[in-house]
Design a protein around this ligand. Structure first.
Ligand code: SF4
Ligand code: SF4
Length: 103
């Protein structure tokens, strides 16, 4: 996405109704990294590193690829893109992930 397009289409609290982009329109491919969808999250997974066995079962289960891996070890969550779905909590066999924000 070009800087010109990004600045001309950025939505903020002062945006007027006719400046909003229409829903579900994507103007260029490969924009998912740039789009901070983690802002939608209402519940937040917390990584309990001391309990993690590095089995990596949680990594492919995340629909948002929000669990980074480096040198064959998972790192803390990518909160810019985690939407708080909780799948990783259910998948982890070692209870190394807890959800915050759940009553
Ligand atoms: S809560 Fe959902 S989106 Fe967030 S890291 Fe876990 S599986 Fe991925
Ligand atoms: S599933 Fe649990 S134990 Fe396995 S890597 Fe993920 S957080 Fe660690």
């Amino acid at each position: 996405m070009s800087d010109e397009f990004r600045s001309s289409k950025a939505i903020n609290l002062q945006s007027k109704w006719d400046e909003l982009t229409e829903g579900l329109q994507i103007y260029e491919p490969a924009t998912s990294v740039d789009t901070i969808t983690g802002e939608w999250r209402t519940q937040t997974p917390v990584f309990l590193e001391k309990d993690c066995k590095q089995c990596l079962l949680c990594v492919p289960a995340c629909p948002d690829s929000a669990i980074p891996v480096k040198n064959q070890k998972r790192l803390d969550f990518d909160y810019d893109h985690c939407k708080g779905c909780g799948i990783c909590v259910k998948v982890c066999p070692f209870h190394a992930i807890e959800m915050e924000g759940v009553e």
